[in-house]
Design a protein around this ligand. Structure first.
Ligand code: SF4
Length: 176
């Protein structure tokens, strides 16, 4: 794990506000998370990175079990007016970092972001993704309980209670 800390530093230099190498034991996968996408999110079925296209919790739990460590990252205190811009920024950093880690020899590196993919104005879900190197599923779209995973890792994530309040975007790269 000590050799991976350079990726946390790299994430901070790229614009993340928090970055930490964690054990996959901190990652919590639950069935109820995906139901929240289906009943409660306007993005359901509209993006290839969201359910029902994204991996199921069952698949994700099996996948997490095939790794030992992960890089957990946050961009905190995002005002509502900057959410779309910061969502795109998060995905660009995630794709770049996943690629760097892969090229360093950690060939299993796989990143996940948060929220619906906003790289295209409209996602043509009947066709293959047009940005496959950058588009990654959201953690919650695969059944990851992001709140518990972040808290298990010693970072903070609170429920946003007002529409005009700032939010935090989270991202994860599985590494081994
Ligand atoms: S990059 Fe475009 S096509 Fe691919 S998942 Fe995102 S919105 Fe859809």
């Amino acid at each position: 794990m000590p050799g991976l800390r350079k990726y946390a530093k790299r994430a901070l230099s790229m614009g993340m506000t928090k970055a930490k190498i964690i054990s996959v034991d901190n990652i919590v996968v639950k069935n109820w998370v995906r139901i929240k996408c289906q009943y409660g999110c306007g993005g359901y079925g509209k993006r290839l990175t969201c359910p029902p296209y994204s991996p199921t919790p069952e698949y994700m739990q099996k996948m997490v079990n095939e790794y030992s460590t992960a890089l957990l990252m946050q961009i905190e205190d995002i005002p509502p007016a900057k959410e779309t811009r910061m969502s795109r920024k998060l995905k660009k950093i995630l794709a770049e970092l996943e690629r760097e880690i892969f090229l360093d020899g950690y060939y299993k590196a796989f990143g996940m972001a948060s929220g619906p993919c906003r790289l295209c104005r409209t996602c043509m879900t009947a066709k293959p993704c047009i940005h496959p190197y950058e588009a990654r599923p959201a953690m919650e779209a695969c059944g990851i309980d992001v709140y518990q995973t972040v808290r298990n890792s010693g970072l903070r994530l609170n429920v946003v209670k007002e529409e005009d309040s700032c939010c935090t975007y989270n991202a994860l790269i599985l590494i081994e």
